[in-house]
Design a protein around this ligand. Sequence first.
Ligand SMILES: [Fe+2]
Length: 296
Amino acid sequence: MPEDVFTAPLKRPAHVGEDWLEPKQTEYDSEDDAIWNDLFARQMEILPGRAASAFMEGLDRLDLGTGGVPDFGDLSEALDKLTGWSVVPVPMLIPDHIFFWHLANRRFPAGNFIRTRETFDYIQEPDVFHDVFGHVPMLTNPVFADYMQEYGRAGFRAMEHNRLKALGALYWYTVEFGLVQEEAGLRAYGAGILSGPTEAVFSVEAKSPNRIMLNVDRVMRTDYVISDLQPTYFVIESFEDLYRKTVERDFERLYKSLSPSFTYANSAVIDVDNVVNVGTQEYLLRGGRGSGARPV
Ligand SMILES: [Fe+2]
């Protein structure tokens, strides 16, 4: 890609190369490992019956449980056998084009740092628990693994058309906050949901949020907030359905038809929507995070 398509480049720390990879994973102390184990145990109380079966199967196939922060080398070895993916350590934020390039090569860039006891319940910045526990189990699913690679490839085209925001919304409403319709009911597969206790319950059970079947054109026009529970979740029928609706979609034409800014508020229900349920938006209307509103 030519230099001029890159927007607001982050300053590369002196110790990382052009691939932005850390020379090695951070060494964690026993408190870090204890935090991991406690976060893991807390999620395991909440996720059965709420997380997608693909995610739970992924957890079973990888050894993420009680041994502290997983070693990326061991994890990559296990993942490579299943879907050819690996997990690579990066400093917290990396530029979009580097992120896309790693995904397009089936490498998942994961942050090194782990939260502290003080930020145990909520951190806005993704840490190693979010990145590894939240994202990696889904990469054991062959269809989802292919989707992630294609997403990386699609990133370059979005940059050429200056539509990164639109592609970002797709990532947000699928990879981070996606729900899937299973026989037993709605289940979460998004890492932003699965790496914390509150949204894992809220996304599948609360009355506040809208739940709408995924429509790529619509989602790419929808705003999102990164600092609170989602007012709307988008639901897929299956991972094959997700792959069909995105990868097999003509993004070139879609990018050309999108306006540079978002068209729809994140709480809106519009006439083209195939609605699962219209939420009460009670949580949002009461003021959301910071107001002390209960996530109902
Ligand atoms: Fe994430």
